[in-house]
Design a protein around this ligand. Sequence first.
Ligand code: KG4
Ligand code: ZN
Length: 340
Amino acid sequence: MATENIYILGIESSCDDTAASVIHNGSILSNIVANQKIHEAYGGVVPELASRAHQQNIVPVVDQALKKANITKDQLHAIAFTRGPGLMGSLLVGTSFAKSLAYGLDIPLIDVNHMQGHILAHFINEEGFNKPPFPFLAMTISGGHTQIVKVDSHFNMTVIGETIDDAVGEAFDKSGKILGLGYPAGPEIDKRAKLGNPKAFKFTKPKVDGLNFSFSGLKTAILYFIQNETKANPHFIDENINDICASIQYTIIGILIDKLKMASKQTGIKHIAIGGGVSANSGIRQALKDGEKKFGWTTYIPKFEFTTDNAAMIAIVGYLKYLEGDFAQQNVAASARLKI
Ligand code: KG4
Ligand code: ZN
């Protein structure tokens, strides 16, 4: 088995982004993502439409990734794909495609856990970005997950806290829906929050034991707050949108940072990384940076393009597994609820 000059193709199709990336010895040669605009009209991802769109996108996306990397498929050493967690119909498209390609090229197939991908994206070689030393804490914050993970080595990870209901990305998206913002609302709330007063409105933080999170109560509190206010003033949302967004974001970030502080104290670990779509949020990025001065943390914040779903994070896990000879068999099955 070759150990030098390794080219890995990564394929990601767990939700509504079809993505492919080629990585060479841990450095990105290409990172292509096709977003599925079709879901915007429905205010959320429609699983059946997502799998159909993956089916249409996957060949051109993989083709583009190879072209951009300036290699042919015969130069690949392995195919890495997202096995789960995610939407079953979406996962099946990437899984079946990866299996067929690996079989056709007679090269190893590597299964990747999507959440490990969000964490191990920190191990992509990127100028100006340090890799976290072990052990470190990783907070994965996305539309589907909210977890605090203790990472002892590349493949030895323990979830020490997670949401008991909604994910933090859902808290952003569902709040945005109440406010009449488009889907996904996270980036829009972030943009408006920059123009508003974070202390204009106060939302109580949920009381959840230990390192676990809960966001469904916050969503309900926001709904009742908006219903009450708009009864008194029908233009309340329009007149206060920036302050409302800033206050919601401030509350959500407070919840995340409180738990991170607790996790750092309990474990004694001060190296803190974030990953997942919500780590694109400017407020959480700033709060983490502030944690360096306030709590003595060293923080690891991914490059913007590796925060939301992408295949570079799948390819890097593929590369790390390739070095360990950790391959999947052709009978490997996609798993919607795959655990770390
Ligand atoms: O990781 P990701 O692309 O997909 C999942 O695996 O879920 O995360 C998508 C989530 C969405 O909920 C979206 O609203 C949120 O990430 N998001 C943000 C921002 N950018 C994306 N939330 C807050 N602020 C942002 N700037
Ligand atoms: Zn994700």
